[in-house]
Design a protein around this ligand. Structure first.
Ligand code: TYD
Ligand code: MG
Length: 453
């Protein structure tokens, strides 16, 4: 018998080494090297399914549009680029308990009405547990077939004989391929299972949803290797304390990325929200200082979001700066601009910034909102409640133009806003104002004058 060799593989990036190392030389992560056994069997290439055809001219490839099925959930269709494509593999990642299984059983129920059987493979929950959840969601269907299984070969064999319209694999981290000696959830297993499922989906034309867990750092565990293999990567995110959930496209071979779908987690499951801006603004206090509304873009979708600042004198020696939902460093930078350029006295002040609803905004277009909210709280002057802001701020206090301004103010007009504070260059380029009064600002002084004086 040949000696079984072992090697060490980084669980974060897949780097392998014959020796154990404390720090992965490739990705720099500490303590991620795990011992794995080399397998006697040969692992499959991710794209083996395509190897059948030889070289051919592009023009001779019969094309046409890909076939899409609606999932029956508009927000999910949106992030998928208009529905599920035949034979595509969709990875849904997210924190534990965020609602991945709930979303997919709901989508499964709708899909089973049109697409035939839905095979729901669960390596995490027993059929009884899934039944309990389905009862809460009032789902009961002969067409949803539950399979408690973690062995990949058995799953593929069942799918091949049952011929379902859609397969859902609840958590790739619980699946294992027999020829690999390593434990389920290790990089080797996750990659191998995903590659095999991908190849099966391509051959059979069955769309496949794969649920993946997210590590503490926020990446899908077992990790980037997986993102390369699948066609579409969706992240399900949201704040535990809030009921809003966002489904974000990170990668999509069949549509645009940067789309988001917004859901609310209710006691009857996930509810798609078509008008998120209205919902985010529904509890907004009127005429209080430190609160403002910013127009942010999530992909092609404008979102109006309330942003709050609280500025109060420091009671300890060091002023505290806290930021929830916007980048902390960005806030510090804007505070520095307010101090140095606009001359506001923030040195002895604690500053707290919060984006309402547990939403995270990554766009610099919310800079004006952050600056105005801080100044409003410091001066205790409320910002006009029907005003929306967007624009980026530079280090010398200059206001810079942002993209897609028309979409932003159209949304604001739709919800009943009356004024928009915009960068000067954006105003100049604007073709339509949608009935809003447009106030142009060129620098931080203009902004303070327009918003909080
Ligand atoms: P789940 O889909 O099991 O999460 P995941 O598969 O991502 O780990 O969702 C679990 C959470 O959702 C749980 O905390 C309870 C909540 N929930 C509701 O609030 N309403 C519902 O109708 C359902 C089914 C779950
Ligand atoms: Mg689950």
């Amino acid at each position: 018998m040949s000696k079984i060799k072992t090697f060490y593989q980084c669980q974060a990036c897949g780097y392998s080494s014959p020796k154990w190392l404390g720090r992965c030389p490739d990705c720099g992560a500490w303590n991620t090297m795990v011992e794995e056994k080399t397998s006697p069997g040969r692992s499959m290439s991710a794209h083996a399914a395509f190897a059948r055809s030889g070289p051919q001219p592009l023009s001779s490839v019969s094309g046409g549009r890909e076939k899409r099925m609606s999932t029956g959930i508009a927000e999910l269709d949106r992030v998928l680029g208009g529905g599920v494509v035949e034979g595509s593999v969709i990875l849904v990642g997210g924190d534990p308990g965020i609602g991945k299984s709930t979303l997919l059983i709901q989508a499964g129920a709708r899909l089973s009405e049109g697409a035939g059987k839905v095979l729901y493979v669960s390596g995490e929950e027993s059929p009884e547990q899934i039944k309990l959840r389905a009862e809460r969601l009032s789902i009961n269907s002969d067409n949803i077939i539950l399979l408690p299984e973690t062995n990949l070969e058995a799953i593929i064999a069942t799918a091949a004989s049952l011929l379902p319209g859609v397969v859902v694999v609840d958590s790739i981290q619980t699946m294992y391929a027999e020829e690999l000696a390593s434990a389920p959830g290790s990089v080797g297993q996750v990659r191998e299972c995903a590659a095999r499922l991908m190849s099966f989906a391509k051959k059979s034309g069955m769309p496949l949803f794969i649920i993946g867990h997210v590590t503490k750092e926020g990446a899908i565990a077992g990790p980037r290797v997986l993102e390369h293999i699948v066609d579409t990567v969706l992240y399900f995110e949201g704040d535990r304390g809030h009921s809003y959930r966002m489904l974000r496209t990170v990668k999509n071979r069949f549509g645009s990325t940067n789309e988001i779908g917004v859901f609310e987690m209710t006691d009857a499951g996930l509810l798609a929200i078509e008008n998120p801006s209205e919902l985010f603004l529904s509890e907004r206090p009127q005429n209080v200082s430190g609160s403002t509304v910013v127009a942010s873009m999530e992909g092609t979708r404008p979102l109006l979001i309330e942003l709050q600042a609280l500025v109060s004198p420091t009671t300890f020696g060091m002023p505290r700066r806290t930021s929830m939902g916007v980048d902390f460093n960005r806030v510090n930078l804007l505070v520095a601009v307010l101090e140095k350029i606009a001359g506001l006295h923030l040195g002895g002040m604690d500053i707290f910034i919060n984006v309402v609803g547990g939403i995270k905004i990554i766009e610099p277009a919310v800079d004006l909102g952050v600056v105005a909210a801080i100044a409003s709280s410091l001066r205790e002057i409320p910002i006009h409640p029907k005003t929306v802001l967007c624009g980026e701020m530079g280090l010398s206090g200059e206001v810079r133009a942002v993209a897609q301004v028309e979409a932003r103010i159209r949304e604001a007009a739709k919800i009943g806003f009356e004024r928009a504070i915009l960068p000067k260059t954006n105003k100049a380029r604007l073709k339509e104002t949608f009935g809003l009064e447009i106030i142009e600002v060129n620098n931080v002084e203009d902004l303070l004058e327009a918003a909080v004086s």
